[in-house]
Design a binder for this molecule. Structure first.
Ligand code: HSE
Length: 338
């Protein structure tokens, strides 16, 4: 399987490390070898149709800041969509930063990949938050896979859990914590009396926050995930504009203390039902299974017959999200002989 990797930040580099480390196991267990043949970053790209040396790509990126400096195989000034259409490869992995204003450059990259006959695995939430129904239709029309496990829950398979483990059930709604950065900030503000700014800085240093952390703090990241769950699981064709969004910037140490006194914690909660989609800080009882600390995410699906079912796991981090990409690649390989 030849992979065109577009975006080489925390997640893209983690995927490269996972493939480098697990290559033999993947060949043994799943019968195919994932080969990254093109890597595009914001300054350039590098390419080898026989598979790039990922040790070299990672080192060049770390030391020189761009894969354009990959010896003999790098070039500057990329136009990602042109590279996508001109490159040989079966799958495009889109891991450029999420942009919730116009979805770019991810939106054009995904369209270009699908229109030139390539499957897509995206961890970029922007294009899905703004245009998920149209992108799913395009993929379907082209008989290609558009996979996005890593967009919700990082390494925790919330979407597959609902679609594969609850077949036949009617899922009436879902609510929970879907953003690791804000959960980390609120936890640190409560447990270590850290200021909002200091806690945010920690989350950025640990690689949880978005490239623009305002997207975490203002609730857009959670809202994008609610949109993805709505389209994929609840079968509602929503976009970001349909979600009522309030971020955590007005949560104060005092409001956290008041919640604590009544056996609750303030959490940024995303909710989707048949009629409404919201993201806002809510007081959640400590006995509620979605009341999880640190970067954990937790999502309760409300079902007609099985009642409430909750899944908890790590919701952010490069390695975790890289693992979700690998899951999608293995799944695509299982459906197609590439
Ligand atoms: N910034 C996101 C979070 C990353 O903190 O949850 C995972 O989508």
């Amino acid at each position: 399987m030849r992979i065109i990797l577009v975006g080489f930040g925390t997640v893209g580099q983690s995927l490269a490390r996972i493939i480098q480390k697990d290559r033999e196991r993947i060949v043994d267990e799943y019968g195919f070898e994932p080969q990254i043949t093109t890597i595009v970053d914001s300054q350039g790209y590098c390419q080898d149709e026989n598979g790039l040396d990922l040790t070299v790509a990672l080192k060049v990126k770390e030391k020189l800041g761009t894969v354009a400096k990959y010896p003999g195989k790098g070039k500057q000034r990329p136009l990602a969509s042109r590279i996508i259409s001109n490159s040989e490869g079966e799958v495009v992995v889109e891991s450029t930063p999420s942009n919730f204003k116009d979805g770019e450059p991810g939106l054009s990259n995904i369209k270009q990949a699908l229109t030139t006959g390539k499957h897509v695995v995206t961890v970029n939430k922007g294009p899905l938050a703004l245009a998920m129904p149209a992108l799913l239709e395009l993929a379907d029309h082209k008989k290609l896979q558009l996979r996005f496990s890593g967009t919700v829950g990082g390494g925790t398979p919330f979407l597959s859990f609902a679609s594969k483990c609850l077949p036949g059930e009617k899922i009436l709604g879902a609510h929970g914590i879907l953003n690791g950065t804000t959960n980390y900030i609120l936890t640190r503000m409560e447990n270590s009396s850290l200021s909002f700014r200091a806690a945010l800085r920690e989350a950025q240093m640990k690689g949880y926050a978005e490239t623009d952390p305002a997207n975490d703090v203002q609730g857009f990241d959670t809202a994008a995930k609610i949109v993805i769950i709505a389209n994929c699981i609840i079968k509602r064709r929503l976009s970001l504009h349909d979600v009522e969004i309030t971020g955590i910037s007005k949560v104060t140490p005092q409001s956290i203390r008041i919640a604590k006194a009544s056996g609750a914690k303030i959490k940024l909660v995303g909710r989707i039902s048949k009629s409404k989609a919201t993201v806002k800080p809510e007081e959640i009882s400590t006995t509620d299974p979605v009341c999880v600390p640190d970067t954990l995410n937790a999502l309760t699906f409300s079902t007609e017959h099985a009642g409430n079912v909750t899944l908890v796991g790590q919701g952010a981090g490069g390695e975790q999200t890289g693992s979700a990409i690998l899951r999608d690649l293995v799944d695509i390989r299982g459906r197609y002989t590439i």
